[in-house]
Design a protein around this ligand. Structure first.
Ligand code: IFM
Length: 444
């Protein structure tokens, strides 16, 4: 199947969009943006490739209008973006940055003027430094401040947002950042992780409650999913894959859709969970209007007794890989979409809110022929086509990402965009994948 055929097979009204996030593209040295813990993390030796940071990134703060033109000209009908908490509240919990308000006013109005539906995220990882320095997600206070920040966003922008979620990929905010230390704040502590795993979910619940007070009717959650495959058939590999699934996946679905945390992961956190966390579960499980899945790859789970606490490591197998070293495994996307619909939220609209690949893109004679990316996206869209035909309520698909951008600890080395960015000149060059979408979504 070609990309065009996959797109044509999806029903009228199916949403096609592309996604970005604030720290990865805006350039936080512009417009009075405050410091986030990512700025602090980038300053630490060895944390980010080449010591890079998001100070300039894609200078989207300046180029937002032409960037939105790229979204609209490709034929997408939705754009997923995130608000930057430190851009709106740079110094204190109440001191609003007027330039931040103006920037998002222009951006959202710019989307509406181009018939792009704004899909907003309130937190895509740029936690204000003042909160991080006070314990960040280990502290309950951070969840309360997040509720206040939600109120600010809803008051200024809520009625113009087609859909909204509190937090992008809570697993990354909690586990990846506090247990594996790959992301800010770079901790490797089980005790810190247990607190963060709960407070990020509490922040979700508090934020959803504020959105409801403002009457928003398209409130969702965006969860990243990685398919855990035991390295072999041994009972220990199977058991460890189950634990990985609990940590990565079930922690978030079980709490949001069933109002409880999985027992196996609670056992891992024994004695480290915040006191009386059970009292928050009803709030965390408040009904949603939709759910988003971000999907990229699988992990092979290999028991390893030397790994403290968890007793396994994640390794990669023999499948073809993207430039991240991530195996290409569209079957995993099918697994999670089916599991959500079957076990967690029957009939709830589902969106694929991120899917894409880093590729060793080459600029040749002014063009980037990223055929690998077109194949990757087509293979995953084919999965969606099959499941929609089976009756799953999948309502949209967003490509990660519109632009090459700051890929967190990998800096600018990894290119995920369907539009190439020259970081010296900020010139944008649509890649072959962008043209393939345009030809499919806006045929002549
Ligand atoms: O770049 C990230 C994004 O910020 C969140 N989801 C995964 C992407 C690729 O790693």
């Amino acid at each position: 199947m070609t990309l065009a055929a996959a797109i044509r097979s999806l029903p009228d009204g199916f949403t096609f969009g592309t996604a970005t996030s604030s720290y990865q593209i805006e350039g936080n040295s512009f417009g009075g943006c405050g410091q986030s813990h990512w700025d602090d993390f980038c300053r630490q030796d060895g944390r980010v490739a080449n010591g890079e940071n998001g100070a300039v990134a894609c200078a989207h703060h300046h180029h937002w209008a032409s960037d939105l033109n790229l979204v609209a000209d490709a034929g997408f009908d939705a754009y997923r973006f995130s608000f930057s908490w430190p851009r709106l509240l740079p110094e204190t919990h109440q001191g609003i940055n007027p330039d931040g308000i103006d920037f998002y006013d222009r951006l959202i109005d710019g989307m509406l003027a181009r018939n792009l539906r704004p899909f907003a995220t309130l937190h895509h990882w740029d936690l204000p430094s003042r909160l991080a320095n006070n314990g960040g997600w280990q502290k309950r206070d951070t969840a309360n401040y997040f509720a206040d920040y939600t109120d600010l966003v809803m008051r200024h922008f809520g009625d113009r947002l087609a859909a909204v979620v509190p937090i992008n990929e809570p697993w990354c905010v909690a586990w990846l950042s506090h247990y594996w230390g790959h992301h800010a704040p770079g901790l490797t502590s089980l005790a810190a992780t247990a607190k963060a795993m709960h407070h990020v979910q509490l922040a979700h619940g508090l934020s959803v409650a504020v959105m409801r007070e403002h009457g928003h009717k398209q409130v969702g959650a965006v969860l990243n999913k990685e398919f855990p495959q035991p390295i072999d058939d041994s009972p220990s590999a199977v058991a460890k894959a189950e634990l990985f699934d609990g940590i990565y996946n079930r922690w978030f679905e079980d709490s949001i859709f069933k109002g409880r945390y999985p027992e196996d992961v609670l056992a891992l956190f024994d004695g480290q969970m915040p006191g009386n966390f059970e009292a928050d579960m009803e709030l965390i499980a408040a009904p949603l209007d939709w759910v988003g899945v971000n999907y990229y790859t699988r992990s092979l789970i290999k028991p390893d007794a030397r790994e403290p606490h968890i007793g396994f490591e994640c390794v990669r197998g023999d499948l073809p890989k993207t430039d991240m070293g991530w195996e290409i495994y569209p079957e995993g996307l099918a697994y999670f979409l089916k599991r959500l619909a079957a076990d967690y939220c029957p009939n709830l609209p589902i969106y694929v809110t991120e899917n894409g690949m880093a590729n060793k893109d080459m600029m040749v004679d002014g063009a980037v022929n990223d055929v690998e990316r077109i194949e990757f996206l087509t293979a995953h869209l084919e999965v969606v086509v099959g499941l929609v035909a089976e009756g799953l309520p999948i309502q949209g698909y967003f490509v990660w990402s519109l632009l090459d951008n700051f890929e967190w600890s990998y800096g600018y080395d990894k290119r995920f965009g369907i539009v190439h960015v020259d970081y010296e000149t900020q010139k944008r060059t649509p890649k072959a994948s962008w043209h393939a979408f345009q030809q499919s979504l806006k045929p002549e």
